[in-house]
Design a protein. Structure first.
Length: 314
């Protein structure tokens, strides 16, 4: 769903006052703004949240009651976040050392760190990139305060805060016959030339996706970076499977690519922050993680992943 905190506040006020007009007066906005927010959220949810009662205002539906309960939980969490940030802004200073899984770093860190720098201009930030095994070693050695990676890993020793789910999706050359569809299946992709990321856990994850459906992919290329993978795909040489995508349009020396969701239910890792349970986070680290939580709540990472496509008869 795509919404803003303003949308949610408008819905909460409408339910609390049982009237669009009364909610508008309480929030000092126009009734049309409240009505538009209700229409937007109902369209996103696919069912009514309020029943319009002539001459008596509005009444919340059964679904709407449950939806409003969740809204209030979210708004309460946002209020706690604002309070926590207000306290942190007065004391945060120093250096943050972030270990980051290499494929995630160029996609997520610019969005994260740009807001962190706006909030805390005196912070210094050191980023250490690595593969999955290196990230854990860096965290265990104390060379990083926390890690941005896929997880969770060894839950007894670590905490993992999820930001979003990295659903697997296919990237195809724009000229590929399958690129014009709404989705693609692993069965369709298996015989096509595939490029894989030359990282052990990444390769294993990809092979397991196909093995779960009794398939063997046609691996033709191996690349050390996702940038190289995308360039090969755009040039029409192969396809690839990713869990995350750049949040802005990229250009390539040759061609272009199209991203399509994989039909069906597939194993999907979560992207988020990994910390050691036996290490207390510094105010600097807490400030950065709290900022990211708020960004995730606002949907700022939504463009980084492709939602799965599940046909009714799949």
């Amino acid at each position: 769903m795509h919404y803003t905190l303003k949308h949610l506040r408008y819905l909460e006020a409408a339910e609390r006052h049982q009237s669009i007009t009364a909610a508008a007066e309480a929030l000092a906005v126009s009734p049309s703004s409240i009505a538009a927010a209700i229409d937007h959220i109902e369209a996103q949810a696919g069912q009514p949240i309020f029943a319009r009662v002539p001459s008596r205002g509005i009444a919340v539906t059964v679904f709407g009651r449950k939806f409003l309960d969740e809204i209030r939980l979210l708004l309460s969490a946002q209020a706690r976040f604002d309070s926590k940030i207000t306290d942190l802004e007065q004391i945060v200073d120093g250096t943050a050392r972030i270990a980051c899984f290499t494929p995630l770093a160029p996609i997520l860190l610019p969005t994260i760190l740009s807001e962190v720098r706006q909030r805390y201009p005196n912070l210094k930030i050191d980023v250490i990139e690595g593969n999955s095994e290196e990230i854990v070693r860096i965290l265990d050695s104390g060379d990083a305060d926390f890690a941005l990676c896929y997880g969770p890993v060894h839950e007894l020793a670590y905490r993992f805060l999820s930001l979003f789910v990295g659903y697997p999706h296919a990237a195809l050359p724009a000229s590929h016959p399958l690129a014009s569809g709404r989705f693609v299946t692993l069965e369709q992709l298996a015989p096509e030339p595939l490029v894989v990321l030359d990282l052990e856990l990444s390769r294993r994850y990809l092979m397991d996706l196909f093995a779960a459906r009794g398939l063997t992919p046609n691996v033709v290329y191996s690349a050390r970076s996702t940038d190289m993978m995308r360039a090969l795909i755009a040039a029409g040489m192969c396809y690839g499977v990713f869990n995350i995508r750049p949040m802005s349009k990229q250009t390539y020396a040759s061609g272009d690519l199209v991203r399509l969701p994989l039909a069906g239910d597939h194993d999907a890792p979560r992207a988020g922050f990994l910390t050691r349970r036996d290490v207390k986070l510094s105010p600097v680290s807490e400030a950065i993680i709290a900022t990211c939580e708020m960004q995730a709540m606002r949907g700022e990472f939504d463009r980084a992943f492709v939602r799965p496509y599940i046909p009714q008869d799949f």
